[in-house]
Design a protein around this ligand. Structure first.
Ligand code: BDR
Ligand code: CA
Length: 314
């Protein structure tokens, strides 16, 4: 059965790949793309979503603009990874048709109304800070009934953070939003750095995608050429984690990943550990299980899937 999803993102190079993976899959029905301030300011993330949909010739996908800052903190962005536009790359610029604009409706209203009116339960797929999702749940808690699952990219269970030693970017940016989601009682799946660092892009992968010989795979290569620069320096390896598409890959083929149901909470305030996902892997706190945390990924299966799906795009 087709999974109905709302893709909530902050494109972002890896968010862009998540959009492409979802848009190429008939198993997934994208009800809308909602954008949040994260990797870059909100205007950029919205514009980047429009650019990606333009390039893959899916301007039928509606894009909604959401929260421009976290619930309590000021917005912290990642231009140092994604560039000035949030989606810097080599190659020709993508010109968005003047008729393809973000929707008037606010992303939070779209999420609430869509969850309430859908005859089928919906998957929420956040690949940025969880602000839009948390504010939607606050606005109308009854939407929980119609959410099948929230599969989110964020957190680090048993590995170092990428924004501070203890925090992953999406959770660091809006830890209060993360706790609202974690306390919601909705089925949650966390695709954190534990798995995304097992799914790495390198020059071999870029070359392999280019064998598809379509413009979307070429676009993937152009994005990755830029995205890998920062990671090569930080991690001193040729391997760059491709975080956000893991969310969509999980919906398409859960057998790529495995993990454990545990309790997760987030540190909101500490100067040292803000945004740390405190994952009770051993169950030592006896706090109730609230999240399925993934810790293993099969990268071969992941990239086979991505290559096959990208080949279906223009
Ligand atoms: C997350 O942070 C962003 O830079 C990426 O788009 C991804 O969602 C990884 O920590
Ligand atoms: Ca992202």
């Amino acid at each position: 059965m087709t999974k109905k999803i709302i893709l909530d993102c902050d494109p972002g190079h890896d968010d862009a790949v998540a959009i492409m993976l979802a848009a190429s899959s008939k198993e997934i029905d994208i009800l809308g793309i909602t954008c949040v301030g994260g990797n870059s300011g909100l205007n950029n993330t919205v514009n980047n979503a429009l650019k990606v949909c333009t390039l893959i010739e899916r301007t039928d996908i509606k894009v909604y603009s959401g929260a421009n800052k976290p619930i309590h903190y000021e917005l912290f962005t990642a231009e140092y990874v994604h560039g000035k536009t949030g989606l810097d790359k080599k190659g020709d610029p993508i010109i968005v048709d003047t008729n393809y604009k973000p929707q008037e409706k606010h992303a939070i209203d779209f999420i609430v109304e869509t969850c309430k009116s859908s005859t089928e339960k919906i998957y929420l797929c956040p690949t940025g800070p969880l602000t839009n999702i948390a504010l939607s749940l606050k606005k109308d808690p009854s939407i929980k009934e119609n959410i099948k699952e929230i599969v989110f990219m964020g957190g680090a269970a048993m590995c170092l953070g990428n924004t501070t030693p203890s925090a992953e970017f999406n959770i660091y940016v809006d830890p209060h939003a993360a706790n609202i989601v974690l306390e919601s009682g909705i089925p949650l799946t966390m695709m954190g750095l534990d798995v995304t660092h097992q799914v790495n892009v390198n020059s071999k992968i870029i070359k392999s995608m280019n064998e598809n010989k379509n413009k979307s795979s070429k676009f993937f290569g152009e994005l990755m050429e830029f995205y890998t620069i920062f990671h090569k320096e930080l991690y001193e390896t040729e391997e760059t984690p491709l975080h956000d598409p893991c969310v969509i890959a999980y919906l398409l083929d859960p057998s790529i990943f495995s993990g454990k149901e545990v309790n997760v909470r987030v540190e909101e305030n500490s100067e040292l550990t803000r945004g740390e996902t405190v994952v009770d892997w051993l169950g030592v706190t006896k706090r109730p299980v609230n999240c399925f945390v993934m810790n293993e990924a099969n990268d071969e299966k992941f990239f086979q899937l991505l290559k096959a799906k990208l080949s279906l795009l223009p």
